[in-house]
Design a protein. Sequence first.
Length: 84
Amino acid sequence: MDAFEYIGFAAAILTTAAFLPQVFKTWKTKDVSGLSLPMLVMFFVGVALWLVYALFIDSPSMIAANAITLGSAFLLIYFKLSYN
C-alpha cells in the first residue's frame, strides 16, 4: 500500500463518518421529512458506481468507503420508504 492509499483512507474515514450521524438521527427520530428520495436514489446509484470503479482499480480505501456509504445510503432509502 502506497502513501496515496493512506491519503485515500483518511478521506474515506472522514467522508463516510460525516454521513453516519444522519443515518443515526433518522433511525432514532424516524423523521424523514428533510430527506429527498430522488436525491437518495441518485446518491445510492452514484456510490454503487464508485464502488464498481474502486473494485476495478483495486483501491482498498475507495472500496471500504463506498461499501460503507452504500450501506448507509441504503438505510436512509429504507427509512424514507418505511417512515414516510
